[in-house]
Design a protein around this ligand. Structure first.
Ligand SMILES: Cc1cc2nc3c(=O)[nH]c(=O)nc-3n(C[C@H](O)[C@H](O)[C@H](O)COP(=O)(O)O)c2cc1C
Length: 188
C-alpha cells in the first residue's frame, strides 16, 4: 500500500533524474507517455517540477484540456512498458491496453495513476514557457504517494531500480547508494 509523501519532500521522487511516465486525460479517456526531460525546480512546498514536452504530443493536447497530469515513477520491472508507451501516439491507440499498465483513479486530479508504478506526483500545470520545439511545463505537485518499502524520503536503490535513459532502446539503472563526505575531513 502506497503512503502519502509530504509535499515539501515530494521532489525526492524525481530527484534521481529518472525516466517517468506521465498520464493525462481522464479515467474514461486516459493516455500515457514516457519522459526523460524532467527536473524539480525548487525545494519547497509547493513542489514544482519542470517537464519539456514536444508541441506534437497527443498528451500535450490532453494536458491543455484540464491542466492536469500525473508523473508516475516506474522501476526496472516496467522497462518494456516504459519503452513501448514512449513510441507512437495515443491519438489512435490505447497505450494502456497495449502495455498492460493499469489506470487507477487519482485523489486530487482527473488523469489516472498507473497502479504498477512505485510513486506518483499528482500535478496541476501552473505555467507554460513557449519554446521552439518543446514547451516547458511548470507543474505544481498537489499530492504525492510512494511505496514505503522502496521510498523512505529517497528511493532506496538497493531495493528499487529507477530507469535512466541512455539512447535508442538503452536505459541505465540506479542500483547502489554511495556517500560523499570524505574530502571535507581531509582539511584541504
Ligand atoms: C525514454 C524516452 C524519453 C522520452 N522523453 C520525452 C520528453 O522528455 N519529452 C517529450 O516530449 N517526449 C519524450 N519522449 C517521446 C514520447 O514519449 C513519445 O513521442 C510518445 O509516444 C508520445 O505519446 P503521445 O503522442 O501519445 O502523447 C520520450 C520517449 C522515450 C522512449
Amino acid at each position: 500500500m502506497k503512503k502519502e509523501v509530504q509535499l515539501n519532500k515530494a521532489k525526492w521522487l524525481v530527484e534521481p533524474g529518472c525516466v517517468v511516465l506521465v498520464t493525462s486525460g481522464t479515467m474514461e479517456n486516459p493516455n500515457v507517455m514516457t519522459f526523460s526531460w524532467q527536473t524539480p525546480v525548487n525545494n519547497a512546498d509547493p513542489c514544482l517540477i519542470l517537464l519539456a514536452i514536444s508541441h506534437v504530443r497527443y498528451s500535450y493536447e490532453l494536458i491543455k484540456q484540464n491542466n492536469e497530469l500525473v508523473i508516475n515513477i516506474p522501476g526496472e520491472e516496467l522497462l518494456e512498458q516504459t519503452h513501448l508507451v514512449g513510441q507512437g501516439t495515443g491519438r489512435d491507440r490505447d497505450k494502456f491496453k497495449e502495455s498492460g499498465l493499469t489506470p487507477v483513479a487519482a485523489g486530487a486530479v482527473e488523469p489516472p495513476l498507473i497502479e504498477e508504478c512505485a510513486g506518483h506526483l499528482e500535478c496541476r500545470v501552473v505555467e507554460i514557457f513557449k519554446m521552439q520545439s518543446h514547451d516547458l511545463l511548470i507543474c505544481e505537485v498537489v499530492r504525492a504517494l510512494a511505496e514505503p518499502d522502496f521510498f523512505d524520503g529517497r528511493w532506496i536503490p538497493e531495493k528499487f531500480h529507477t530507469l535512466h535513459y541512455l539512447t535508442g532502446s538503452k536505459y541505465g539503472l540506479m542500483t547502489r547508494t554511495v556517500e560523499a563526505g570524505n574530502l571535507s575531513s581531509l582539511n584541504l
